[in-house]
Design a protein around this ligand. Sequence first.
Ligand code: ATP
Ligand code: MG
Length: 328
Amino acid sequence: GFVTTWNTGAQRIKGYTAEEIIGKHFSCFYTPEDVQSNNPDRALQIAAAEGKYEEENLRVRKDGSVFWATVLISALRDRTGELRGFAKVVQDITERKESEQRLREKDRLATLGTTAAVFAHEVGNTLNGVSTSLQVISDLINSADNRDPLLAETIEMAHQDLRRLTSLLGDYRSFAKPQTLKFEPSDLRQITEEVLAPATNSYKASGISVTYDFDEDLPLVPVDREKIRQVLLNVCKNAVEAMPDGGILSCKAYRENDRFVLEISDTGIGIPDGLDVFQLFKTTKPTGTGLGLPIVEQIISEHRGTVDFSSQVGKGTTFRISLPLGLG
Ligand SMILES: Nc1ncnc2c1ncn2[C@@H]1O[C@H](COP(=O)(O)OP(=O)(O)OP(=O)(O)O)[C@@H](O)[C@H]1O
Ligand SMILES: [Mg+2]
């Protein structure tokens, strides 16, 4: 179990010089966990009994760093069959392990991607079923003699949850499976107003006013209107959610060479430095999903546009969407 010879290959892998290591017990190459479970001795016992012992496991270098290794221990016997010692060959396979791991991760993501669409579809069907059942129940209750208000309220809450799930699922599906866009020359001011109009009253109630500052004579922009609505909805929803105590939501648009620029600003809490808001499932909200901005980014990039933001914590945020005026 003690080191008696040491070559330069071993030195390169493990960092010890021959003087340093000869005479030491070979368990110093093992992780503390391995030593604790007596694995070094067990390896020698197996090698002695069966002639050799092989494993693929973690080993420790002189500097304490850990690496993946294949280890082959062979029993050395003299002519009479007497056990004389062991020969140990160690190979550093960190690189191979890492590329295997990367491959597995890629596989996993690819599988996830292909199953996501099917999964979302199945969940959607189930939601539809539940929604129909709820509708039947609420109709029955409404026609019954004793209407319990709590019952009606509970059913309405379930309905709301369902609507939320359904819309979340819709977002997710459009993200998992990009569709082909239908480009039409569009008036972005009109679309913006259409998106914001239905919510204006509820904004007012929470102390949020909306302003428009669109340059005169702006050209039409070739966009998929439904998708751009989705973009505006997500960005404005974030802006409103950033202003729990009220504030100003402003929409500004201008032309910059051959691009149309739309800026949505809020006077809200701001985005902390270093928060990667475009990352999938990145959220700071208790009931957020972190799907909003990844969807925005995907749709805008499908339009060959760009989206970025500037923000100051405590002051507010501006999201800037730039779209090409000509496609091609
Ligand atoms: N206008 C904004 N002001 C402050 N923070 C923002 C703003 N827009 C986005 N963020 C931050 O970026 C995060 C990600 O936004 P995103 O829209 O992707 O997800 P979400 O709003 O958390 O959830 P979801 O949109 O899916 O309901 C938010 O949780 C929030 O921390
Ligand atoms: Mg959001």
